[in-house]
Design a protein around this ligand. Structure first.
Ligand code: ZN
Ligand code: ZN
Ligand code: ZN
Length: 230
């Protein structure tokens, strides 16, 4: 309830800002523009104009793609929405009511991670002041590969896994005695393991294998090779 109320007031404030901005341009806050504003303010996704169009078309058949393309820049100028250029397309999100943030974008799966780095705000402020520039938004996009994409298919030793990493055992690198001890613990080739935690003080590595948790000594964990999965 409280959250809904907050959202409503965020929308109402946005509507006042939009209305005032339109009025300055001699434009009206038509019911169509209101529909677009509401849609934009109620999602926290990073959407493309086409995606917004597909969503709106279902409920408001009267809206055209062309009018959306005309409306988005007005919302950006009004300071309500920001455009972010991702890998090969422009996406939008509402920024009204939110702190400045930047984006990490995965080139593989398209995942978008929002980051809030105060240092970036400082850079924005200083660079703007130095150039007597009035900043109206920024878009810093760091392109690369997210954790699961850059780790997928990589082979690591069990000792090197991070908490939550999941993979399949592809190698048991020890003498026959070591291998049979590992096998007794359920750590066999082809078994899927999930890293649960490392006990403090560099103690054993705790993994889950076939639904049971086993603690693997540090030395043993360096004998197990795992191919990471998502
Ligand atoms: Zn919001
Ligand atoms: Zn990814
Ligand atoms: Zn964002």
């Amino acid at each position: 309830m409280a959250d809904n109320k907050r959202k409503n007031s965020e929308y109402e404030r946005a509507e006042r800002v939009f209305g005032a901005h339109l009025a300055r341009q001699g434009l009206k806050l038509t019911s169509q523009r209101r529909v677009v504003l509401r849609a934009v303010m109620t999602t926290h996704e990073h959407f493309s104009v086409e995606e917004l169009y597909r969503t709106l078309k279902q409920e408001h058949g009267g809206i055209s793609l062309a009018s959306l393309y005309r409306t988005m820049p007005i919302l950006v100028e009004a300071g309500l929405v920001q455009a972010v250029r991702f890998a090969d397309e422009t996406r939008y999100e509402h920024c009204f009511g939110h702190a400045n943030h930047d984006h990490l974008v995965c080139l593989d799966c398209g995942k978008i991670i929002e980051i809030e780095e105060r240092e970036m705000d400082k850079v924005e402020r200083q660079a703007s002041q130095a150039n007597d520039f009035r900043p109206m938004g920024r878009s810093l996009v760091i392109r690369g590969y997210c954790r699961s994409c850059h780790k997928r298919g990589k082979r690591l030793l069990l000792s090197e896994l991070s908490r939550g990493d999941m993979g399949v055992i592809t190698g048991l690198l020890g003498g026959a005695g070591m291998v049979s001890r590992l096998q007794d613990m359920g750590l066999r080739l082809g078994k899927r393991v999930i890293k649960i935690s490392t006990m403090f003080g560099g103690g054993p590595v705790v993994v889950q294998v076939e639904g049971t948790q086993v603690a693997v000594g540090k030395g043993m964990a360096r004998r197990i090779e795992v191919e990471l999965e998502e």
